[in-house]
Write a protein that binds this ligand. Structure first.
Ligand code: PBG
Length: 315
């Protein structure tokens, strides 16, 4: 009877697997702070996507780790960049049966680690991210990812006007059907720590992203951010992180009519794994509880490193 009347469902079709693909390696590399998650090779990511698809997973989001990082993150839009190559591989393997998403940002690709183009020397206290110069680069990345087969581009840099700039760039390049998943309400969170290990990213000079990501003391600002993104053409909006921001997910769900995604981020995953490894909590029980809570709060789609585990549990 509990199942009959349960208000919330959790099934594999609502989960998106974040996958890291690293250029220039011949074996997958474990990520110490994300137990069970690896930096994939070009070959191993193809196997992983096939196995996820076989288990009913409908979508993956790709993050690239390039060999060469530079001031503007040019590997993010180079047609031969690691994500673009991988998108072409996956298109050949799985076609349209898996929704291929690409994270759209430059922090994995810049030598200074910021999500945008800087207006001065890295590490200098008076240097900041040049919002509008960054938009131009984001437009180029969107087109490169769409050319390579992305069905969805997911801008995560929190630059003002990024969704509109990307929509215009995609349309001008003939990619009218490529959708935008906007990381709209993305907080300047301490919970992204393990992700920075996953993409070998550190901010030169030890800065932070507080100039462009949201302050965790603010909830109403999230509604302004999602509404701005929808007005600019976002097809889906995202709240990130997830479990510490269930109130934001619920408020966004009530305020908008586009699909709402939530990102259960690296630090949230790492806390679960660490406590479970110590025998302090039961992994499977807590993992199901947390993912269900994110859905109960209102997320239609959940990006989570638990996708493979959950798919296997239900296979
Ligand atoms: C930026 C990006 C980040 C994450 C996803 N996209 C890092 C950041 O904003 O610092 C974090 C994801 C996670 O922690 O799992 N490209």
């Amino acid at each position: 009877m509990r199942d009959l009347i349960a208000e919330t469902s959790l099934d594999v079709g609502h989960l998106v697997a974040p996958l890291f693909v690293r250029e220039g390696i011949s074996e997958p590399q474990p990520i110490v702070s994300l137990p069970g998650v690896v930096q994939h090779t070009r070959a191993s990511v193809r196997e992983e996507v096939k196995s996820l698809a076989d288990m009913g997973v409908r979508s993956v989001i790709l993050f690239g780790v390039p060999t060469i990082k530079d001031f503007i993150g040019s590997q993010a839009f180079d047609p031969e960049g690691i994500v673009q190559r991988t998108l072409r591989d996956l298109t050949a393997d799985v076609g349209d049966s898996v929704v291929l998403m690409a994270d759209l940002c430059v922090d994995e690709y810049t030598d200074h680690g910021h999500c945008g183009i800087l207006d001065g020397p890295p590490g200098d206290p008076s240097t900041s991210v040049d919002n509008d110069a960054t938009l131009e680069v984001y437009g180029r990345i969107a087109v490169a990812q769409a050319d390579a087969g992305a069905h969805v581009v997911a801008p995560s840099g929190m630059m003002d006007g990024q969704v509109g700039a990307i929509r215009s760039a995609l349309d001008a390049a003939g990619h009218k059907n490529v959708a935008i998943l906007a990381y709209s309400a993305k907080y300047a969170s301490g919970l992204y720590g393990p992700f920075r290990d996953a993409v070998d990213c550190a901010i030169v000079g030890g800065g932070d992203r507080k100039a462009y990501q949201q302050d965790w003391r603010n909830a109403r600002e999230a509604i302004t951010e999602v509404q701005a993104d929808i007005a600019q053409g976002a097809d889906m909006v995202m709240v990130k992180p997830a479990v510490a921001y269930l109130d934001i997910i619920a408020a966004v769900k009530a305020a908008v009519s586009v699909p709402v995604a939530a990102y259960h981020v690296s630090g949230e995953y790492a806390m679960l794994k660490a406590a479970a490894a110590n025998g302090w909590i039961d992994h499977d029980t807590v993992a199901l509880e947390l993912l269900t809570a994110i859905r109960r709060a209102g997320a239609d789609v959940v990006l989570t490193y638990l996708t493979h585990w959950f798919a296997e549990l239900n296979a």
